[in-house]
Ligand binder design. Structure first.
Ligand code: SAM
Length: 301
């Protein structure tokens, strides 16, 4: 074979002698060619692969001619499967954990398994690779120096708003996993909490045929969503917070809230109540409450 000739992928998979461990293997989020060579070596070399949905993982294995035996590990059978997996490790077996797509444990099953395997003194080996989280962040064009991955937001409106409020005042890029059905409701909640001018990026169907990345202000984006058909497919929603979004409450609102409570609760009590109400730092609110208290005293003198 001459040097420029491309080897068929099955020849690129290397036989590996894997020591007994739980191998946590990232798999593609759409494009099957995003799998790493080390993931293929490992999936071909382990004794057993535990997968969320064996049919889904079989498609990946078939594409690369891998015939390793597959068993299921998911949220509903995890409690039964964990002791089974640990006893296989005790026998010296090598085990791979995969999810339907992307990196296991990232909004996917596996946390309790990894924790138990570690606690039982066995090795856990990560095989890094695709994740919708990092793919979206890498192409979204929002600040990446500090980001907060928040997985799926609660379905209930009140809980969803509370969760969003809990990020108020932070300077970060928030990242959520979403579905087309819930996207408009989530964007409305973002507008309610952080304001219509909040900068966001929606990354849909990454690495697939209909990959779309949209950058917009939340208000304009909601108008667009409301005037078109419901978006289908898998979505990552990223929201850029600057730390001083209006939606949290204006300074005047906070001062009013503190002033209403200074007399009955004192500076500390008023600050604690305001911290809960606006999801802001108790220390900052206490400092502001004391300022307001002193201003009141000065007026009275
Ligand atoms: N463990 C996976 C990972 O590492 O990305 C995530 C699993 S979570 C159950 C599935 C969610 O990830 C989807 O609802 C969607 O929000 C996001 N997602 C997965 N694949 C995606 C893709 N190709 N494009 C955009 N978002 C995707």
């Amino acid at each position: 074979m001459n040097a420029n000739e491309v080897k068929p992928v099955t020849q690129l998979i290397r036989p590996v002698d894997l020591s007994s461990a739980l191998y946590v293997v990232a798999t593609p989020i759409g494009n099957l060619r995003d799998v790493t060579l080390r993931a293929l070596d490992t999936l071909a070399g382990v004794d057993v692969i535990y997968a969320e949905d064996t049919r889904q993982t079989r498609r990946l294995l078939d594409a690369y001619g891998i015939t390793t035996s597959l068993r299921t590990y998911h949220d509903h059978n995890g409690a039964q499967m964990r002791p089974q997996i640990i006893s296989l490790l005790e026998e010296g077996k090598s085990i791979a954990l995969v999810s339907d797509a992307g990196t296991p444990l990232i909004s996917d099953p596996g946390f309790k398994l990894v924790r138990d395997v570690r606690d039982e003194g066995h090795k856990v080996v990560p095989l890094p690779g695709p994740s919708a989280l990092t793919a979206a962040l890498s192409a979204g064009g929002l600040p990446t120096d500090t980001f907060t991955f928040a997985g799926f937001l609660p379905v209930k409106t009140g809980q969803r708003l509370d969760r969003l409020k809990s990020f108020a005042g932070q300077k970060t890029t928030l990242i959520f996993y979403e579905t087309g059905n819930r996207l408009a409701d989530t964007v409305s909640a973002i507008i309610e909490v952080f304001g219509a001018e909040t900068e966001l990026v929606m990354a849909r169907e990454l690495t697939k045929m209909f990959e779309t990345i949209v950058h917009s202000e939340a208000g304009a984006f909601l108008e667009e969503l409301n005037s078109s058909d419901k978006l289908k497919g898998e979505i990552v929603l990223m929201v850029s917070l600057t730390g001083d979004e209006a939606g949290t409450a204006g300074e005047a609102d906070i001062d009013g809230y503190l002033l209403d409570r200074l007399e009955s609760l004192g500076a500390k009590g008023a600050a604690n109540a305001a911290a809960k109400e606006f999801s802001l730092s108790k220390r900052d609110l206490y400092a502001r409450a004391v300022e307001l208290q002193n201003a009141q005293k000065d007026k009275a003198d």
